[in-house]
Design a protein around this ligand. Sequence first.
Ligand code: PLP
Length: 372
Amino acid sequence: MKLFDVYSLLPVEPVSASGSRITDAEGNEYLDLYGGHAVISVGHSHPRYKEAIREQLDRIGFYSNSVQNKLQEELASKLGDYSGYPDYSLFLCNSGAEANENALKLASFVTGKKKVIAMKKAFHGRTSGAVAATDNPKIVAPFNAGHDITFVPMNDIAAFDQALTPEIAAVIIEGIQGVAGIFEPDTAYLQHLDKRCRENGTLLILDEVQSGYGRTGKFFAHQYSGIRPQLITVAKGMGNGFPIGGVLIAPELKPWSGMLGTTFGGNHLACAAGIAVLDIIKDEHLQENALQVGTVLIKELSNCLSAPIRGKGLMIGFDTPEKFPDLRKNMISRHRIFTGEAKPNVIRLLPSLALSMTDAEYFIEVFKTEIR
Ligand code: PLP
């Protein structure tokens, strides 16, 4: 059997990794400023993370959600305390798409409605509802297209007000749009959404799958605007590569037995990974590091590019200068530096939150030579 060919692959095969470095099959070392799509939060192969998973595997790796699992409670408690949402509940699943799918489903259950407002250029994943709320017709199959989604331009308050009717169950928005190329919702816009959703009996879902988990210097990007959305979705950095996702749910939203469910979500190994990630982020002050190193990167990039540098902390995007269309490719092939991209011409930096200042400075030095 061969693989179903849906990915365009870089000509690199990583076989080992440590911190912000990746080594390929030929022994070449790369600086990783992409983090496997914002997934590597505490760094590749962190010793404490490896140890936690190994130890857990020695005890029990998996059991379904039909039994007690204290690790889930420990993860929920630590996530609540560390993120500033101790009064919220946590539903555990396996990916970002699943987190959004469950948040949309929950909003629909609670309100008894099915219409959703999403943002133009949004990306929320590839399950049925999540992909329907994603503004990319190329990845929406006819099967997914039955959902009732209205797309509005982000940061346009008048357009939002026009779309928000009493039939709307949920509004979904990313903390910072990632796949679109790093675009931030304005503080006033988020505050308006929060207020109007509450007045309208609509649930606001903050998709923090990419922008959450300390990446922007706050635990969640939306915390820069002071709002408290009723549903927040997480994944990516949550497991540092171990598949895990979750929905943080406001206390007024009440569960009933069987309302949501999953076989693998919240399994023992995933929880061990998730707990280790939170402990490391906290003990090693990685959220603070993300802000510090990210601020320097943004400043240095602003000094060498005329186009604006977008984002916060270690979630950074900028348009590839027209004169250097192969910039990303050259950074990999000539300098062995991985960066991310967003179509059609954006370079995205989504490194580990533990990226050192020395590595950031090295990147800037090399970058300057490429755009001379
Ligand atoms: N939401 C956002 C904001 C994302 O960036 C992504 C993935 O890139 C997803 C959801 C989907 O996550 P997953 O690929 O884990 O399903």
